[in-house]
Ligand binder design. Structure first.
Ligand code: AMP
Ligand code: MN
Ligand code: MN
Ligand code: MN
Length: 277
C-alpha cells in the first residue's frame, strides 16, 4: 500500500516519527511519506525507523501557503532535507507559526476568557511548531469543547476567537521551493478548502500554471464521487494524481495509514512518472 501524506509529533500528529512508521508498517503500508506541517524535523528519526523495518520512507513536507487570501497546503515529496533554501524558508514559516501561536493565545484570553491558553498549549505541543490542532487539543482537554470538530467550529476558524490569519509564503513560491530541492509539488486535499466549483477549478488551474506536478485525487476518507471529480480536474489540467491518508493519529480509528480508497483508474499516479523510491 502507498500513503503519501502523514503527520507525526514533529507537527500536529500524535505518534512520534518512529512509532508512526511502525504503525504504518503494521497497517500494511509499504511506501510512506512523512509530511509534517512546515518542518523537516521528524524525517531523520522516521528514516532510521523505516530502514530497520523495511518500509520505504518518502521524505516530505506539507507547506502552508497562500493562494490569494486562501490558505492552501502544498505537499513536497522526495525533497532534500539538507537543501539550504528549503531549510531557510521553513525556518521563516516556523517563525510565522510561533508568532501566530502567541497571537492565538492572547485572543483566546481576551475574547473567550481562556486563561494561560498559550502556555498550556506549549506544554502539550512539546518541540513541535504550534498549530491550530494543538490549541484544539488543549481546549478539549480543559473542557472548553466536546471534541475536535466542535472546537474548530467554535474557536479556531475565521471569525472565531482563536483564529489569526497568517502571512504564509505564496503558493507558486512553495512549488518552486519544493522543486528546486529535488521534490515534486502536490496540491493537498483540494476538496477540503470549501471552495465553489469555479474557485476550485481556478485553484487547480493556477497550481498547474505555476508548475505544480500533482493533486491529491484521494485524501483521507473522501466523500462519494469526490475522487472521480478530482481525477477529472487533474486530467483537464494535465496534472498527476497523488494519494494519502493525512493520518494524524490513532484517535480516529476509522482512518489508518494506507486506509484511503484506491485512485480512480483513469488518473496517472505521480510515482509512475517521478521516481519517489
Ligand atoms: P494550522 O496549519 O495550524 O492552521 O492547522 C491546520 C491543521 O488543523 C490541519 O492540518 C488539521 O490537522 C487541523 N484542522 C484544520 N481544520 C480542522 C477541522 N475543521 N477539524 C479538525 N481539524 C482541523
Ligand atoms: Mn494537521
Ligand atoms: Mn493539510
Ligand atoms: Mn496534512
Amino acid at each position: 500500500m502507498i500513503d503519501l501524506h502523514s503527520h507525526s509529533t514533529a507537527s500536529d500528529g500524535s505518534l512520534a516519527p518512529a512509532d508512526l512508521v511502525a504503525f504504518a508498517r503494521q497497517c500494511k503500508v509499504e511506501k510512506l511519506a512523512l509530511t509534517d506541517h512546515d518542518t523537516l524535523s521528524g524525517l531523520d528519526e522516521a528514516s532510521r525507523a523505516a530502514n530497520q523495518i523495511g518500509l520505504t520512507l518518502v521524505r516530505g513536507v506539507e507547506i502552508s501557503a497562500l493562494w490569494g487570501r486562501q490558505t492552501v497546503h502544498v505537499v513536497g515529496l522526495g525533497i532534500d532535507p539538507h537543501n539550504p533554501p528549503l531549510r531557510q524558508a521553513l525556518a521563516g514559516a516556523e517563525k510565522t507559526r510561533r508568532d501566530r501561536a502567541r497571537a492565538i493565545g492572547q485572543r483566546l484570553e481576551e475574547r473567550a476568557g481562556i486563561e494561560n491558553a498559550y502556555s498550556r498549549t506549549c506544554e502539550l505541543a512539546g518541540d513541535a511548531p504550534i498549530g491550530r490542532a494543538h490549541y484544539a487539543r488543549m481546549l478539549v482537554q480543559y473542557g472548553y469543547a466536546r471534541d475536535n470538530k466542535q472546537v474548530f467550529k467554535r474557536y479556531m476558524v475565521r471569525g472565531k476567537p482563536g483564529y489569526v490569519a497568517a502571512n504564509w509564503m505564496a503558493m507558486d513560491g512553495a512549488i518552486t521551493l519544493i522543486q528546486q530541492s529535488g521534490g515534486v509539488a502536490v496540491l493537498a486535499h483540494p476538496a477540503r478548502y470549501a471552495l465553489t466549483a469555479t474557485k476550485l477549478r481556478g485553484l487547480v488551474g493556477d497550481f498547474a500554471e505555476s508548475g505544480g506536478n500533482a493533486i491529491e485525487v484521494v485524501s483521507g476518507r473522501p466523500r462519494p464521487g469526490e475522487p472521480e471529480h478530482l481525477a477529472r480536474l487533474a486530467n483537464d489540467h494535465e496534472l498527476l494524481a497523488s494519494t494519502g491518508s493525512d493520518f494524524h493519529g490513532p484517535d480516529k480509528p476509522w482512518l489508518k495509514p494506507g486506509g484511503s480508497p484506491a485512485l480512480p483508474a483513469n488518473c496517472r499516479p505521480l510515482w509512475e512518472v517521478h521516481p519517489l523510491w
